[in-house]
Design a binder for this molecule. Structure first.
Ligand code: NAP
Length: 308
């Protein structure tokens, strides 16, 4: 007979791993499907000092590893596969992967988000040749070189601080004259002698024949155009939800964030969403993990209610 899981969790970041932990602790037959590395965005975060209990030498990679191990210890199963399609209506949901299909009574969508592109000329051409979206992956290539960082949020500023350990200079280019990042991060960045700021400015073009050599900048208040020598350009201007698979099936906002209630329920019975894919104010590991726990608990209640 075909196996039917109690819950299938799509995505193995903090939301998905926490959902796996809570579901399997409730003795639900649980499968996590992840297409890439476990941990999602946080797996490539260097320092993690705002997750309670993560103090000394805590990296996103080590936390992700422990989260996965903990879920596995309680019985969560894992497969590394890309989901190609979903059938969410009805009592038994079907998740179609490249090699086979999986069935479950409930689904928890925890597919997270991906970095927004800068939208400047030659960005795609120079991606991987100086233009990057992941500091922990690529910082090493820019030792003692000049690095630019785009954005003014938590990601841009925490990654600028990290990149300053490698580069000769780090120039943060921000479209306004004040940062959105947490005040503690701002203080760290402002007091770092390697980090400079270029305000009210956007990148118009990346220049370079083989690799990135410079960025063409435009001051949006004065219209002034200038050129900044840059060996690396790290783009951190926000994230967009990975929700393409669910378009037309689940209620979303105009950005593609999935709309849920407090119990992480979507508009489809038995289908939940957790973490960065949701409409929410605070996107952090702690809120993703909490979402996962809530989604798993309500998925269990849903299955029980069907038996009554
Ligand atoms: P974010 O908070 O949305 O900030 C995006 C930044 O990019 C803003 O400064 C924004 O400028 C700028 N921006 C947006 N679109 C732009 C464009 N087209 N051109 C130029 N600049 C543009 O995104 P994030 O920093 O990636 O953070 C995402 C979520 O993860 C947040 O909830 C954040 O708190 C969380 N996070 C937390 C931590 C941490 O706690 N250590 C670390 C990383 C991420 P404006 O300010 O003018 O809007």
């Amino acid at each position: 007979m075909e196996h039917i899981y109690d819950t299938i969790i799509i995505g193995g970041g903090p939301a998905g791993l926490s959902a796996g932990l809570y579901a399997s602790r409730s003795r639900m037959d649980t499968l996590v499907i992840e297409r890439a590395a476990y941990g999602g965005q946080v797996a490539t975060t260097d320092e993690l000092d705002n997750y309670p209990g993560s103090i000394e030498n805590s990296t996103g990679a080590s936390l992700s590893k422990r989260m996965k191990e903990q879920a596995a210890e309680f019985g969560t199963k894992f497969v590394n596969e890309e989901v190609a399609g979903v059938e969410l209506e009805g009592d038994i949901k079907v998740i179609k992967c490249m090699s086979k299909s999986y069935k479950a009574k409930t689904i928890i969508i925890a597919t997270g988000a991906y970095p927004r592109l800068g939208g400047f000329k030659n960005e795609t051409e120079l991606r991987g040749k100086g233009v990057s979206y992941c500091a922990t992956c690529d910082a090493d290539f820019f030792a003692d070189l000049d690095i630019a960082v785009l954005g003014g949020g938590d990601s841009a500023i925490s990654e600028a601080i990290y990149l300053a350990k490698f580069g000769e200079t780090v120039t943060v280019i921000h479209r306004r004259d004040e940062l959105r990042a947490a005040k503690s991060l701002q203080e760290k960045a402002f007091s770092n002698p390697k980090i400079k700021f270029v305000w009210d400015t956007v990148v118009e073009e990346a220049k370079g024949t083989e690799v990135l050599e410079s960025l063409v900048l435009k001051n949006i208040k004065t219209g002034e155009i200038s050129e900044l020598k840059s060996d690396g350009c790290f783009v951190f201007i926000g994230y967009l939800p990975i929700s393409e698979l669910f378009k037309g099936k689940i209620t979303m906002n105009e950005r593609g964030d999935v709309i849920t209630d407090e119990e992480m329920r979507t508009n489809i019975p038995g289908v939940y969403a957790a973490g960065d894919i949701r409409v929410k104010l605070l996107r952090q590991v702690i809120t993703a993990a909490a979402d996962g726990a809530i989604a798993a608990t309500h998925a269990e209640h849903y299955i029980e209610s069907k038996l009554r």
